[in-house]
Design a protein around this ligand. Structure first.
Ligand code: NCD
Length: 292
């Protein structure tokens, strides 16, 4: 693996290898990298979890982390992403983690620069490292993805998390159901009634409404959305025994999920955040081993 820009870059075997290595890191394994690699995190969109857990993963792997702040970079003077990335290549960076609002921003970079690219989220397109940490969390819970019923609920059309997961979870043998209002269905087939999927789902994966990717027209009030597509206490009571709740976060309490459910027994939301560091260590190690 030279870059990780989409889940399509990974075979099922490679996904399993990342899960095993994430588990090893969780249990205290140390990095097998011998070189001291350099990395920088280029975030052109807001991020708390992804950026912080990448930085933690990089430090745990003993990588040299060069700071980058998009608010003080020459992109504000009109420099293109390609030209910015060329700077990092010229100063000798081995890997860049990039989040950008433009879908497929990586197409102008992959194969054209020597620096390895990890996609930390492109517009409404892909979010492979989030997908891998979601898969790891489900695998940790059930030991397999095979035949698990996973319902992804919310703003499907504008969600890179849904897009990356729909593809990868199906390849791993899960039954993926997408649930959303018809106006947020995008290119997918979906259920429009949340109540139709609750009772037989093993995982309810809630999504944040991506207001920043809408054209200003909000179709639902927060209360309406919560009643129609939110995980309410009444809906949680109908969930199957052992079924779990996930959310990539940031979550809006009492919109996608009732405040009281955020840290309930079924919730794995904070476990997902913990797992993010181990999964990103595994991804970075796999990618950098290829450069030794
Ligand atoms: C997601 C993202 O940025 O796509 N968050 C994350 O990376 N944990 C989901 C979101 O912003 O709604």
């Amino acid at each position: 693996m030279k870059n990780l820009v989409s889940m399509k870059d990974l075979s099922v075997d490679q996904i399993h290898a990342i899960l095993e290595q994430a588990q090893a890191f969780r249990e205290g394994a140390i990095s097998k990298l011998t070189n001291r690699f350099t990395v920088s995190n280029l975030f052109f969109e807001p991020s708390t979890r992804t950026k912080m857990s990448f930085e933690m993963a990089e430090r745990k792997l003993n990588l040299e982390v060069l700071p980058f702040d998009s608010d003080f970079s020459s992109t504000l003077k009109g420099e293109t992403l390609y030209d910015t990335v060329k700077v990092f290549e010229c100063v000798g960076l081995d890997v860049l983690v990039i989040r950008h609002e433009q879908n497929n921003f990586f197409e102008e970079l992959v194969g054209k620069v020597n620096t390895a690219i990890i996609n930390g989220g492109d517009g409404t397109g892909n979010h492979p490292t989030q997908s891998l940490l979601d898969i790891y969390t489900i695998w940790q819970e059930f030991g397999t993805l095979q035949d698990k019923v996973i319902s992804i609920v919310g703003d499907i059309a504008h969600s890179r998390v849904a897009r990356s997961n729909a593809d990868a979870l199906s390849r791993l043998g899960a039954q993926v159901r997408l649930v959303c209002p018809s106006e947020w269905q995008g290119e997918f087939e979906a259920f429009n009634e949340f109540d139709d999927v609750i009772e037989d789902s093993d995982v309810l994966m809630m999504l944040r409404v991506q207001h920043e990717r809408h054209d200003g027209k909000t179709t639902f009030s927060k209360e309406q959305y919560h009643q129609m597509y939110g995980l309410t206490i009444e809906r949680e009571r109908k969930m199957k025994k052992n079924a779990i709740i996930m959310h990539p976060a940031p979550f809006n309490r009492d919109v996608e999920i009732a405040n009281e459910l955020v840290e309930c027994d079924r919730s794995r939301i904070f476990k997902q955040m913990e797992n993010g560091t181990y999964v990103r260590m595994a991804i970075l190690e796999l990618l950098l081993k290829g450069r030794e």
